[in-house]
Design a binder for this molecule. Structure first.
Ligand SMILES: *[C@@H]1O[C@H](CO)[C@@H](O)[C@H](O)[C@H]1NC(C)=O
Ligand SMILES: *[C@@H]1O[C@H](CO)[C@@H](O)[C@H](O)[C@H]1NC(C)=O
Ligand SMILES: *[C@@H]1O[C@H](CO)[C@@H](O)[C@H](O)[C@H]1NC(C)=O
Ligand SMILES: *[C@@H]1O[C@H](CO)[C@@H](O)[C@H](O)[C@H]1NC(C)=O
Ligand SMILES: *[C@@H]1O[C@H](CO)[C@@H](O)[C@H](O)[C@H]1NC(C)=O
Ligand SMILES: *[C@@H]1O[C@H](CO)[C@@H](O)[C@H](O)[C@H]1NC(C)=O
Ligand SMILES: *[C@H]1O[C@@H](CO)[C@H](O)[C@@H](O)[C@@H]1NC(C)=O
Length: 461
Protein backbone atom coordinates (compact mmCIF):
# COMPACT_ATOMS: atom_id res chain seq x y z
CA UNK A 1 0.00 0.00 0.00
CA UNK A 2 1.33 3.43 -0.95
CA UNK A 3 1.06 6.17 1.63
CA UNK A 4 -0.03 9.43 0.07
CA UNK A 5 0.34 12.67 1.98
CA UNK A 6 -3.41 12.61 2.52
CA UNK A 7 -3.41 9.13 3.98
CA UNK A 8 -0.52 9.99 6.28
CA UNK A 9 -2.50 13.02 7.39
CA UNK A 10 -5.58 10.91 8.01
CA UNK A 11 -3.51 8.41 9.96
CA UNK A 12 -2.26 11.25 12.10
CA UNK A 13 1.36 10.72 11.01
CA UNK A 14 1.76 14.29 9.84
CA UNK A 15 0.07 17.32 11.27
CA UNK A 16 -0.93 20.60 9.70
CA UNK A 17 1.30 23.62 9.85
CA UNK A 18 0.35 27.10 8.83
CA UNK A 19 1.50 28.46 5.50
CA UNK A 20 1.96 25.05 3.85
CA UNK A 21 -0.42 23.03 1.70
CA UNK A 22 -2.75 21.09 3.95
CA UNK A 23 -4.15 17.99 2.26
CA UNK A 24 -7.86 17.44 2.79
CA UNK A 25 -8.06 14.78 5.50
CA UNK A 26 -9.38 11.46 4.27
CA UNK A 27 -12.34 10.07 6.12
CA UNK A 28 -11.30 7.83 9.00
CA UNK A 29 -14.28 5.55 8.40
CA UNK A 30 -15.31 3.55 5.36
CA UNK A 31 -18.01 1.06 4.46
CA UNK A 32 -15.89 -2.08 4.31
CA UNK A 33 -13.08 -1.70 6.85
CA UNK A 34 -14.80 0.66 9.29
CA UNK A 35 -12.70 3.01 11.40
CA UNK A 36 -9.02 2.96 10.46
CA UNK A 37 -7.37 6.11 11.84
CA UNK A 38 -4.64 5.27 14.37
CA UNK A 39 -5.80 1.64 14.76
CA UNK A 40 -3.01 1.02 17.27
CA UNK A 41 -5.05 3.07 19.73
CA UNK A 42 -8.58 3.40 18.27
CA UNK A 43 -9.09 -0.37 18.24
CA UNK A 44 -8.49 -0.39 22.00
CA UNK A 45 -11.30 1.87 23.18
CA UNK A 46 -13.63 -0.94 24.23
CA UNK A 47 -17.29 -0.24 23.53
CA UNK A 48 -16.30 3.33 22.62
CA UNK A 49 -14.24 2.19 19.62
CA UNK A 50 -16.01 2.97 16.38
CA UNK A 51 -16.74 -0.25 14.44
CA UNK A 52 -13.73 -1.67 12.60
CA UNK A 53 -13.43 -4.86 10.63
CA UNK A 54 -11.93 -7.39 13.08
CA UNK A 55 -9.23 -9.71 11.67
CA UNK A 56 -10.62 -13.19 11.04
CA UNK A 57 -8.54 -16.38 11.06
CA UNK A 58 -11.31 -17.99 8.96
CA UNK A 59 -12.02 -16.29 5.61
CA UNK A 60 -15.27 -14.37 6.03
CA UNK A 61 -16.43 -14.23 2.42
CA UNK A 62 -19.38 -16.38 1.33
CA UNK A 63 -17.78 -19.65 0.17
CA UNK A 64 -18.05 -20.00 -3.63
CA UNK A 65 -19.92 -23.29 -3.44
CA UNK A 66 -22.58 -21.88 -1.10
CA UNK A 67 -25.56 -19.59 -1.42
CA UNK A 68 -26.99 -17.69 1.50
CA UNK A 69 -30.54 -18.65 2.49
CA UNK A 70 -30.90 -16.57 5.66
CA UNK A 71 -29.13 -13.61 7.25
CA UNK A 72 -29.87 -12.12 10.65
CA UNK A 73 -28.01 -8.97 11.68
CA UNK A 74 -27.92 -7.98 15.35
CA UNK A 75 -26.64 -4.42 15.56
CA UNK A 76 -25.60 -1.95 18.20
CA UNK A 77 -26.53 1.68 17.69
CA UNK A 78 -23.95 3.99 16.12
CA UNK A 79 -21.54 6.29 17.94
CA UNK A 80 -23.21 8.60 20.43
CA UNK A 81 -22.48 11.34 22.89
CA UNK A 82 -21.74 10.27 26.48
CA UNK A 83 -24.71 9.22 28.60
CA UNK A 84 -26.28 12.09 30.57
CA UNK A 85 -24.67 11.14 33.89
CA UNK A 86 -21.23 10.75 32.31
CA UNK A 87 -21.44 13.99 30.35
CA UNK A 88 -21.96 15.92 33.62
CA UNK A 89 -18.91 14.19 35.16
CA UNK A 90 -16.71 14.85 32.13
CA UNK A 91 -17.74 18.49 32.16
CA UNK A 92 -16.92 18.76 35.88
CA UNK A 93 -13.50 17.19 35.29
CA UNK A 94 -12.71 19.77 32.61
CA UNK A 95 -13.94 22.54 34.92
CA UNK A 96 -11.70 21.22 37.70
CA UNK A 97 -8.66 21.22 35.42
CA UNK A 98 -9.33 24.70 34.04
CA UNK A 99 -9.94 26.16 37.47
CA UNK A 100 -6.70 24.91 39.00
CA UNK A 101 -4.17 24.86 36.17
CA UNK A 102 -2.80 28.22 35.09
CA UNK A 103 -1.01 27.29 31.87
CA UNK A 104 -1.11 24.48 29.35
CA UNK A 105 1.82 23.58 27.13
CA UNK A 106 3.06 20.85 24.83
CA UNK A 107 0.49 18.16 24.13
CA UNK A 108 -1.76 19.79 26.74
CA UNK A 109 -1.83 23.14 24.90
CA UNK A 110 -5.20 22.42 23.27
CA UNK A 111 -6.81 22.44 26.74
CA UNK A 112 -6.36 26.22 26.95
CA UNK A 113 -9.11 26.68 24.35
CA UNK A 114 -11.00 23.45 24.87
CA UNK A 115 -14.59 23.91 25.93
CA UNK A 116 -16.79 21.03 26.92
CA UNK A 117 -19.61 20.92 24.37
CA UNK A 118 -20.56 17.23 24.16
CA UNK A 119 -24.27 16.47 24.39
CA UNK A 120 -25.89 13.43 25.94
CA UNK A 121 -27.29 10.07 24.83
CA UNK A 122 -28.00 10.79 21.15
CA UNK A 123 -26.17 9.65 18.04
CA UNK A 124 -23.48 11.93 16.66
CA UNK A 125 -23.35 12.71 12.92
CA UNK A 126 -20.41 10.33 12.70
CA UNK A 127 -22.58 7.64 14.35
CA UNK A 128 -25.40 8.27 11.86
CA UNK A 129 -22.96 7.83 9.00
CA UNK A 130 -21.70 4.57 10.55
CA UNK A 131 -25.21 3.13 10.47
CA UNK A 132 -25.77 4.08 6.83
CA UNK A 133 -22.48 2.39 6.00
CA UNK A 134 -23.58 -0.70 7.91
CA UNK A 135 -26.85 -0.90 5.94
CA UNK A 136 -24.97 -0.60 2.65
CA UNK A 137 -22.42 -3.21 3.66
CA UNK A 138 -25.14 -5.66 4.69
CA UNK A 139 -26.94 -5.12 1.37
CA UNK A 140 -23.77 -5.78 -0.57
CA UNK A 141 -22.89 -8.93 1.38
CA UNK A 142 -26.37 -10.40 1.16
CA UNK A 143 -27.42 -8.90 -2.19
CA UNK A 144 -28.44 -12.35 -3.51
CA UNK A 145 -31.28 -12.35 -0.98
CA UNK A 146 -31.66 -8.63 -0.37
CA UNK A 147 -32.44 -7.69 -3.97
CA UNK A 148 -35.57 -9.84 -3.87
CA UNK A 149 -36.64 -9.57 -0.23
CA UNK A 150 -37.08 -7.07 2.57
CA UNK A 151 -35.60 -7.54 6.06
CA UNK A 152 -37.98 -7.73 9.01
CA UNK A 153 -36.77 -5.06 11.41
CA UNK A 154 -37.09 -4.64 15.17
CA UNK A 155 -35.59 -2.01 17.42
CA UNK A 156 -35.39 -1.43 21.12
CA UNK A 157 -37.20 1.82 21.88
CA UNK A 158 -34.47 4.22 22.99
CA UNK A 159 -34.15 7.14 20.54
CA UNK A 160 -30.58 6.45 19.48
CA UNK A 161 -31.39 2.80 18.77
CA UNK A 162 -34.47 3.58 16.66
CA UNK A 163 -32.59 6.31 14.81
CA UNK A 164 -29.77 3.82 14.17
CA UNK A 165 -32.28 1.39 12.65
CA UNK A 166 -33.59 4.21 10.43
CA UNK A 167 -30.11 5.21 9.26
CA UNK A 168 -29.24 1.58 8.58
CA UNK A 169 -32.42 1.37 6.50
CA UNK A 170 -31.32 4.49 4.58
CA UNK A 171 -28.02 2.81 3.71
CA UNK A 172 -29.72 -0.46 2.75
CA UNK A 173 -32.27 1.42 0.66
CA UNK A 174 -29.66 3.47 -1.11
CA UNK A 175 -27.72 0.34 -2.05
CA UNK A 176 -30.87 -1.46 -3.13
CA UNK A 177 -32.22 1.41 -5.21
CA UNK A 178 -28.90 1.51 -7.09
CA UNK A 179 -29.11 -2.21 -7.86
CA UNK A 180 -30.66 -2.63 -11.31
CA UNK A 181 -31.62 -6.22 -10.50
CA UNK A 182 -33.48 -5.43 -7.26
CA UNK A 183 -37.26 -5.57 -6.79
CA UNK A 184 -37.25 -1.98 -5.44
CA UNK A 185 -39.12 -2.95 -2.27
CA UNK A 186 -37.69 -1.22 0.80
CA UNK A 187 -37.84 -1.93 4.54
CA UNK A 188 -39.04 0.14 7.47
CA UNK A 189 -38.93 -0.45 11.22
CA UNK A 190 -41.59 -3.11 11.85
CA UNK A 191 -41.58 -3.41 15.65
CA UNK A 192 -40.29 -1.07 18.36
CA UNK A 193 -40.01 -2.89 21.69
CA UNK A 194 -40.47 -0.71 24.77
CA UNK A 195 -37.66 -0.24 27.27
CA UNK A 196 -40.12 0.87 29.97
CA UNK A 197 -39.76 -0.87 33.35
CA UNK A 198 -41.46 -4.27 33.33
CA UNK A 199 -41.36 -4.58 29.56
CA UNK A 200 -40.43 -7.97 28.11
CA UNK A 201 -37.74 -6.97 25.65
CA UNK A 202 -35.15 -9.34 24.22
CA UNK A 203 -33.16 -6.33 22.96
CA UNK A 204 -32.88 -4.64 26.37
CA UNK A 205 -32.36 -6.29 29.76
CA UNK A 206 -34.30 -5.14 32.84
CA UNK A 207 -36.68 -7.90 33.90
CA UNK A 208 -34.43 -10.21 35.90
CA UNK A 209 -34.56 -8.69 39.38
CA UNK A 210 -31.63 -10.58 40.92
CA UNK A 211 -29.42 -9.68 37.97
CA UNK A 212 -30.36 -5.99 38.07
CA UNK A 213 -30.20 -5.44 41.84
CA UNK A 214 -28.64 -8.47 43.51
CA UNK A 215 -25.07 -8.82 44.84
CA UNK A 216 -23.76 -10.01 41.45
CA UNK A 217 -24.62 -6.63 39.93
CA UNK A 218 -21.39 -5.23 41.46
CA UNK A 219 -18.96 -7.89 40.18
CA UNK A 220 -17.97 -5.83 37.14
CA UNK A 221 -17.35 -2.71 39.23
CA UNK A 222 -15.04 -4.52 41.61
CA UNK A 223 -13.10 -6.27 38.85
CA UNK A 224 -12.60 -2.90 37.13
CA UNK A 225 -11.63 -1.24 40.40
CA UNK A 226 -8.93 -3.85 40.98
CA UNK A 227 -7.58 -3.34 37.47
CA UNK A 228 -7.69 0.47 37.82
CA UNK A 229 -5.49 0.21 40.90
CA UNK A 230 -2.95 -1.65 38.75
CA UNK A 231 -2.78 0.50 35.61
CA UNK A 232 -3.98 3.99 36.53
CA UNK A 233 -1.57 5.15 39.32
CA UNK A 234 1.38 5.68 36.96
CA UNK A 235 -0.79 7.67 34.55
CA UNK A 236 -2.28 9.64 37.43
CA UNK A 237 1.13 10.57 38.72
CA UNK A 238 2.29 11.75 35.30
CA UNK A 239 -0.80 13.82 34.51
CA UNK A 240 -0.96 15.43 37.94
CA UNK A 241 2.71 16.26 37.62
CA UNK A 242 2.31 17.67 34.10
CA UNK A 243 -0.81 19.65 34.94
CA UNK A 244 0.54 21.68 37.85
CA UNK A 245 -2.17 22.72 40.30
CA UNK A 246 -4.80 20.05 39.80
CA UNK A 247 -5.14 16.79 41.72
CA UNK A 248 -7.12 14.37 39.54
CA UNK A 249 -8.49 11.17 41.07
CA UNK A 250 -8.10 7.75 39.42
CA UNK A 251 -11.70 7.96 38.28
CA UNK A 252 -11.06 11.35 36.71
CA UNK A 253 -8.07 9.90 34.83
CA UNK A 254 -10.47 7.37 33.30
CA UNK A 255 -12.79 10.26 32.40
CA UNK A 256 -9.91 12.03 30.67
CA UNK A 257 -9.26 8.86 28.67
CA UNK A 258 -12.99 8.55 27.82
CA UNK A 259 -12.80 12.05 26.36
CA UNK A 260 -10.52 10.74 23.58
CA UNK A 261 -13.09 8.42 21.94
CA UNK A 262 -16.02 10.71 22.71
CA UNK A 263 -14.41 13.80 21.17
CA UNK A 264 -13.27 11.68 18.23
CA UNK A 265 -16.78 10.45 17.39
CA UNK A 266 -18.12 13.97 17.97
CA UNK A 267 -16.13 15.01 14.91
CA UNK A 268 -18.15 14.44 11.72
CA UNK A 269 -15.10 12.90 10.05
CA UNK A 270 -13.99 10.98 13.14
CA UNK A 271 -10.77 13.01 13.35
CA UNK A 272 -8.64 11.79 16.27
CA UNK A 273 -9.06 14.07 19.30
CA UNK A 274 -6.00 15.69 20.94
CA UNK A 275 -7.04 14.00 24.20
CA UNK A 276 -5.84 10.74 22.65
CA UNK A 277 -2.18 11.76 22.54
CA UNK A 278 -2.07 12.34 26.31
CA UNK A 279 -1.71 8.55 26.68
CA UNK A 280 0.59 5.86 25.29
CA UNK A 281 -0.34 2.84 23.15
CA UNK A 282 0.19 0.52 26.12
CA UNK A 283 -2.07 2.71 28.24
CA UNK A 284 -4.79 2.44 25.56
CA UNK A 285 -4.43 -1.35 25.59
CA UNK A 286 -4.88 -1.27 29.36
CA UNK A 287 -7.91 0.99 28.95
CA UNK A 288 -9.45 -1.34 26.35
CA UNK A 289 -8.98 -4.18 28.80
CA UNK A 290 -10.67 -2.12 31.53
CA UNK A 291 -13.73 -1.82 29.26
CA UNK A 292 -13.64 -5.54 28.43
CA UNK A 293 -13.75 -6.35 32.17
CA UNK A 294 -16.93 -4.29 32.44
CA UNK A 295 -18.70 -6.27 29.71
CA UNK A 296 -17.32 -9.70 30.65
CA UNK A 297 -18.12 -9.42 34.37
CA UNK A 298 -21.28 -7.39 33.81
CA UNK A 299 -23.00 -9.33 31.03
CA UNK A 300 -20.71 -12.16 29.97
CA UNK A 301 -19.52 -15.42 31.49
CA UNK A 302 -17.97 -13.54 34.42
CA UNK A 303 -21.43 -12.85 35.80
CA UNK A 304 -23.55 -15.81 36.93
CA UNK A 305 -26.70 -14.26 35.43
CA UNK A 306 -25.06 -12.38 32.52
CA UNK A 307 -25.55 -14.89 29.68
CA UNK A 308 -29.09 -15.58 30.92
CA UNK A 309 -30.05 -12.07 29.81
CA UNK A 310 -29.33 -13.16 26.24
CA UNK A 311 -31.50 -16.28 26.35
CA UNK A 312 -34.72 -14.66 25.10
CA UNK A 313 -33.09 -13.39 21.91
CA UNK A 314 -31.29 -16.69 21.37
CA UNK A 315 -34.59 -18.56 21.53
CA UNK A 316 -36.06 -16.10 19.02
CA UNK A 317 -33.08 -16.73 16.76
CA UNK A 318 -33.64 -20.51 16.99
CA UNK A 319 -37.28 -19.93 15.99
CA UNK A 320 -36.24 -17.89 12.95
CA UNK A 321 -33.54 -20.35 11.89
CA UNK A 322 -35.87 -23.35 12.17
CA UNK A 323 -39.09 -21.53 11.17
CA UNK A 324 -40.82 -22.86 14.29
CA UNK A 325 -42.69 -20.99 17.03
CA UNK A 326 -40.59 -19.39 19.79
CA UNK A 327 -40.08 -21.62 22.82
CA UNK A 328 -39.08 -19.36 25.71
CA UNK A 329 -40.07 -18.57 29.24
CA UNK A 330 -37.63 -15.74 29.90
CA UNK A 331 -37.74 -12.19 28.52
CA UNK A 332 -39.65 -12.70 25.27
CA UNK A 333 -42.98 -10.95 24.86
CA UNK A 334 -45.34 -13.86 24.13
CA UNK A 335 -47.95 -11.51 22.66
CA UNK A 336 -45.48 -10.19 20.08
CA UNK A 337 -43.78 -13.50 19.36
CA UNK A 338 -46.97 -15.51 18.77
CA UNK A 339 -48.24 -13.08 16.14
CA UNK A 340 -46.96 -13.46 12.58
CA UNK A 341 -47.36 -9.71 12.02
CA UNK A 342 -44.89 -8.90 14.81
CA UNK A 343 -42.82 -12.09 14.68
CA UNK A 344 -42.95 -13.64 11.22
CA UNK A 345 -41.11 -16.92 10.68
CA UNK A 346 -41.02 -16.95 6.89
CA UNK A 347 -38.47 -14.21 6.21
CA UNK A 348 -34.96 -14.69 4.88
CA UNK A 349 -33.59 -11.43 6.30
CA UNK A 350 -33.89 -10.05 9.81
CA UNK A 351 -32.37 -6.99 11.45
CA UNK A 352 -32.49 -6.17 15.17
CA UNK A 353 -31.12 -3.05 16.87
CA UNK A 354 -29.96 -3.06 20.46
CA UNK A 355 -27.23 -2.04 22.91
CA UNK A 356 -23.71 -3.23 23.80
CA UNK A 357 -24.70 -4.84 27.10
CA UNK A 358 -27.53 -6.85 25.59
CA UNK A 359 -25.41 -7.98 22.67
CA UNK A 360 -22.72 -9.13 25.10
CA UNK A 361 -25.27 -11.25 27.00
CA UNK A 362 -26.55 -12.71 23.71
CA UNK A 363 -23.03 -13.59 22.50
CA UNK A 364 -22.43 -15.46 25.76
CA UNK A 365 -25.85 -17.16 25.66
CA UNK A 366 -24.83 -18.40 22.21
CA UNK A 367 -21.57 -19.65 23.75
CA UNK A 368 -19.49 -17.74 21.17
CA UNK A 369 -16.68 -17.12 23.68
CA UNK A 370 -16.93 -20.34 25.68
CA UNK A 371 -13.28 -21.04 24.81
CA UNK A 372 -12.20 -17.87 26.64
CA UNK A 373 -10.68 -18.39 30.09
CA UNK A 374 -11.98 -16.04 32.84
CA UNK A 375 -10.46 -12.58 32.42
CA UNK A 376 -7.80 -11.64 34.97
CA UNK A 377 -8.44 -8.51 37.02
CA UNK A 378 -4.72 -7.86 37.49
CA UNK A 379 -3.10 -8.57 34.08
CA UNK A 380 -4.38 -7.34 30.71
CA UNK A 381 -5.11 -10.18 28.29
CA UNK A 382 -4.60 -9.68 24.57
CA UNK A 383 -7.22 -10.86 22.07
CA UNK A 384 -4.81 -13.70 21.22
CA UNK A 385 -5.14 -14.78 24.85
CA UNK A 386 -8.92 -14.38 25.01
CA UNK A 387 -9.85 -16.33 21.88
CA UNK A 388 -10.85 -13.12 20.16
CA UNK A 389 -12.84 -11.63 23.00
CA UNK A 390 -12.65 -7.93 23.84
CA UNK A 391 -15.25 -5.21 24.16
CA UNK A 392 -13.77 -3.46 21.10
CA UNK A 393 -13.90 -6.66 19.03
CA UNK A 394 -17.48 -7.45 20.01
CA UNK A 395 -19.54 -4.35 20.86
CA UNK A 396 -17.95 -1.17 19.43
CA UNK A 397 -20.20 1.67 18.25
CA UNK A 398 -22.04 0.34 15.19
CA UNK A 399 -21.17 -3.30 16.08
CA UNK A 400 -22.88 -5.95 13.97
CA UNK A 401 -23.13 -9.72 14.25
CA UNK A 402 -24.36 -11.78 11.32
CA UNK A 403 -25.94 -15.21 11.70
CA UNK A 404 -26.15 -16.71 8.23
CA UNK A 405 -27.51 -19.95 6.84
CA UNK A 406 -25.76 -21.37 3.83
CA UNK A 407 -26.86 -23.98 1.31
CA UNK A 408 -23.63 -25.53 0.07
CA UNK A 409 -22.72 -28.03 -2.62
CA UNK A 410 -22.08 -31.44 -1.13
CA UNK A 411 -24.07 -30.70 2.05
CA UNK A 412 -27.62 -31.96 2.35
CA UNK A 413 -28.31 -29.89 5.45
CA UNK A 414 -28.19 -26.13 5.72
CA UNK A 415 -25.10 -24.79 7.47
CA UNK A 416 -24.87 -21.96 10.01
CA UNK A 417 -22.10 -19.42 10.55
CA UNK A 418 -21.75 -16.61 13.08
CA UNK A 419 -19.68 -13.56 12.16
CA UNK A 420 -19.00 -10.83 14.72
CA UNK A 421 -17.73 -7.58 13.19
CA UNK A 422 -16.39 -9.52 10.20
CA UNK A 423 -14.64 -12.15 12.33
CA UNK A 424 -15.94 -15.68 11.76
CA UNK A 425 -16.44 -17.37 15.12
CA UNK A 426 -14.98 -20.91 15.17
CA UNK A 427 -18.10 -22.63 16.57
CA UNK A 428 -16.33 -25.36 18.57
CA UNK A 429 -19.37 -26.58 20.50
CA UNK A 430 -21.20 -27.75 17.35
CA UNK A 431 -18.10 -29.14 15.61
CA UNK A 432 -17.58 -26.40 13.03
CA UNK A 433 -15.59 -27.18 9.88
CA UNK A 434 -12.57 -25.19 8.64
CA UNK A 435 -14.91 -22.47 7.35
CA UNK A 436 -16.59 -22.10 10.75
CA UNK A 437 -19.75 -23.86 9.61
CA UNK A 438 -22.00 -26.18 11.63
CA UNK A 439 -25.06 -27.98 10.34
CA UNK A 440 -28.28 -26.27 11.43
CA UNK A 441 -29.34 -29.20 13.70
CA UNK A 442 -25.89 -29.33 15.35
CA UNK A 443 -25.94 -25.56 15.91
CA UNK A 444 -29.41 -25.63 17.45
CA UNK A 445 -28.43 -28.66 19.59
CA UNK A 446 -25.46 -26.72 20.97
CA UNK A 447 -27.82 -24.06 22.31
CA UNK A 448 -29.14 -26.19 25.18
CA UNK A 449 -28.25 -23.40 27.62
CA UNK A 450 -30.77 -21.05 26.00
CA UNK A 451 -33.35 -23.73 25.25
CA UNK A 452 -33.47 -24.63 28.95
CA UNK A 453 -33.89 -20.98 29.94
CA UNK A 454 -30.34 -20.43 31.24
CA UNK A 455 -30.47 -19.51 34.94
CA UNK A 456 -33.73 -17.54 34.60
CA UNK A 457 -35.08 -19.50 37.60
CA UNK A 458 -32.65 -17.55 39.83
CA UNK A 459 -33.95 -14.18 38.67
CA UNK A 460 -36.70 -13.86 41.22
CA UNK A 461 -35.26 -15.96 44.04
C1 LIG B 1 -20.72 22.40 31.80
O1 LIG B 1 -20.91 22.84 33.10
C2 LIG B 1 -21.16 24.25 33.23
C3 LIG B 1 -21.30 24.56 34.70
O2 LIG B 1 -20.14 24.22 35.38
C4 LIG B 1 -22.42 24.60 32.47
O3 LIG B 1 -22.60 26.01 32.51
C5 LIG B 1 -22.32 24.16 31.03
O4 LIG B 1 -23.55 24.36 30.37
C6 LIG B 1 -21.97 22.69 30.95
N1 LIG B 1 -21.75 22.32 29.57
C7 LIG B 1 -22.26 21.24 28.99
C8 LIG B 1 -22.01 21.06 27.53
O5 LIG B 1 -22.91 20.40 29.60
C1 LIG C 1 -46.02 -7.13 24.95
O1 LIG C 1 -46.25 -6.50 23.69
C2 LIG C 1 -47.52 -5.90 23.60
C3 LIG C 1 -47.66 -5.42 22.16
O2 LIG C 1 -46.67 -4.49 21.86
C4 LIG C 1 -47.61 -4.78 24.60
O3 LIG C 1 -48.87 -4.15 24.54
C5 LIG C 1 -47.39 -5.34 25.99
O4 LIG C 1 -47.33 -4.29 26.92
C6 LIG C 1 -46.07 -6.11 26.06
N1 LIG C 1 -45.98 -6.77 27.35
C7 LIG C 1 -44.86 -6.80 28.07
C8 LIG C 1 -44.92 -7.48 29.39
O5 LIG C 1 -43.82 -6.31 27.68
C1 LIG D 1 -9.86 -10.69 41.17
O1 LIG D 1 -9.56 -11.97 40.67
C2 LIG D 1 -9.28 -12.92 41.70
C3 LIG D 1 -8.77 -14.19 41.04
O2 LIG D 1 -9.66 -14.59 40.02
C4 LIG D 1 -10.56 -13.15 42.51
O3 LIG D 1 -10.33 -14.07 43.54
C5 LIG D 1 -11.00 -11.82 43.09
O4 LIG D 1 -12.25 -11.99 43.73
C6 LIG D 1 -11.12 -10.78 42.01
N1 LIG D 1 -11.36 -9.48 42.66
C7 LIG D 1 -12.25 -8.63 42.24
C8 LIG D 1 -12.40 -7.41 43.05
O5 LIG D 1 -12.92 -8.80 41.25
C1 LIG E 1 -4.38 14.58 46.01
O1 LIG E 1 -5.56 13.99 46.54
C2 LIG E 1 -5.29 12.84 47.33
C3 LIG E 1 -6.61 12.18 47.69
O2 LIG E 1 -7.58 13.14 47.99
C4 LIG E 1 -4.46 13.24 48.55
O3 LIG E 1 -4.17 12.10 49.33
C5 LIG E 1 -3.16 13.89 48.08
O4 LIG E 1 -2.44 14.36 49.16
C6 LIG E 1 -3.45 15.02 47.12
N1 LIG E 1 -2.21 15.45 46.54
C7 LIG E 1 -1.88 16.72 46.39
C8 LIG E 1 -0.55 17.02 45.77
O5 LIG E 1 -2.63 17.63 46.74
C1 LIG F 1 -43.10 -11.46 30.33
O1 LIG F 1 -42.10 -12.28 30.94
C2 LIG F 1 -42.51 -12.85 32.17
C3 LIG F 1 -41.28 -13.60 32.74
O2 LIG F 1 -40.90 -14.62 31.89
C4 LIG F 1 -43.71 -13.75 31.97
O3 LIG F 1 -44.16 -14.22 33.21
C5 LIG F 1 -44.82 -12.96 31.27
O4 LIG F 1 -45.89 -13.84 30.94
C6 LIG F 1 -44.31 -12.31 30.00
N1 LIG F 1 -45.35 -11.48 29.43
C7 LIG F 1 -45.60 -11.51 28.12
C8 LIG F 1 -46.66 -10.57 27.62
O5 LIG F 1 -45.01 -12.23 27.36
C1 LIG G 1 -21.11 -22.47 27.01
O1 LIG G 1 -20.75 -22.68 28.36
C2 LIG G 1 -21.85 -22.71 29.25
C3 LIG G 1 -21.30 -22.73 30.67
O2 LIG G 1 -20.39 -23.76 30.82
C4 LIG G 1 -22.72 -23.91 28.91
O3 LIG G 1 -23.83 -23.95 29.78
C5 LIG G 1 -23.21 -23.77 27.48
O4 LIG G 1 -23.95 -24.90 27.09
C6 LIG G 1 -22.04 -23.58 26.51
N1 LIG G 1 -22.59 -23.21 25.22
C7 LIG G 1 -22.19 -23.75 24.10
C8 LIG G 1 -22.87 -23.27 22.83
O5 LIG G 1 -21.33 -24.61 24.07
C1 LIG H 1 -9.82 22.73 41.88
O1 LIG H 1 -11.13 22.75 41.27
C2 LIG H 1 -12.20 22.74 42.20
C3 LIG H 1 -13.47 22.92 41.39
O2 LIG H 1 -13.65 21.87 40.46
C4 LIG H 1 -12.17 21.45 43.00
O3 LIG H 1 -13.21 21.42 43.94
C5 LIG H 1 -10.82 21.32 43.70
O4 LIG H 1 -10.74 20.06 44.34
C6 LIG H 1 -9.69 21.44 42.69
N1 LIG H 1 -8.40 21.38 43.37
C7 LIG H 1 -7.45 20.54 43.03
C8 LIG H 1 -6.18 20.59 43.80
O5 LIG H 1 -7.59 19.75 42.12
Amino acid sequence: MAFTAASLFALGVIGSSSGTFIPKPQACDNIQAGYQCQPQISHFWGQYSPFFSVPSEIPNNIPLTCSVTFAQILSRHGARDPTASKTAKYNATITKIKKNVSSFSGKYAFLADYEYTLGADQLTDFGRQQMEYSGEKYYQRYAGLARKSVPFIRSSSEDRVVESAEKWIDGFTEAKSGDWWSDKRYPSVDVVISEATGSNNTLNHDLCTTFENGPDSTIADSAQKTWVSVFVPAIQQRINNDLRGVNLTQTEIIYLMDLCPFNTVASPTGAISPFCSLFTETEWQDYGYYESLNKYYGYGAGNPLGPTQGVGFTNELIARLTKKQVQDHTSTNRTLDSNSATFPLDRALYADFSHDNDMTAIFFALGLYNGTAPLSNTTAQTTQQTNGYSAAYTVPFGARAYVEKLQCLGHAEELVRVIVNDRVIPLKSCGADWLGRCSLPAFVDSLSFAKSGGAWGSCFA
